[in-house]
Design a protein. Structure first.
Length: 139
């Protein structure tokens, strides 16, 4: 289910202008609202899609939340940010690191020390124990 949720969480950003997602590009308020709304849109679509369902929709809704309440769209805090949703959020976060190129495992190890409060300790322990991602082959 987590793989399905991860895929579903990244479907609806395709309606966004790619310039919004480019690193370093300043965002206007309306652009930020569009980015922040993608978990809500994904949630709505999945709740009404055959094969979607409430549980999957809830995972997608929470994939940008953080344990400390500084995530979006709802600003969940503490136990509201379930372990299953944390796992999807960490997977999405780690995927973003891996897309930046070699050394993602090192960056993830360092980042888990620099982001206390964003994810629960059990989820971070799993992340730290995971083998480093294999280097991508370049064609």
């Amino acid at each position: 289910m987590s793989r399905t949720a991860a895929s579903a969480g990244q479907v609806n950003p395709h309606y966004l202008d790619p310039a919004f997602l480019r690193r370093g590009a300043p965002l206007q308020a309306e652009q930020w609202r569009q980015i922040v709304s993608h978990p809500v849109i994904g949630h709505h679509v999945l709740r009404h899609l055959d094969g979607g369902g409430a549980e999957l929709a809830e995972l997608v809704l929470g994939h940008h939340e953080r344990l400390d309440g500084f995530g979006y769209p709802r600003g969940l805090r503490g136990e509201q940010f379930t372990p299953a949703t944390q796992a999807l959020a960490v997977a999405e976060w780690l995927t973003g690191l891996m897309e930046q190129g070699p050394g993602a495992g090192i960056h993830a190890g360092i980042a888990t020390k620099l982001i206390p409060g964003e994810f629960g300790e059990p989820v971070l322990e799993l992340l730290r124990a995971a083998p480093a991602p294999a280097a991508r082959r370049r064609a």
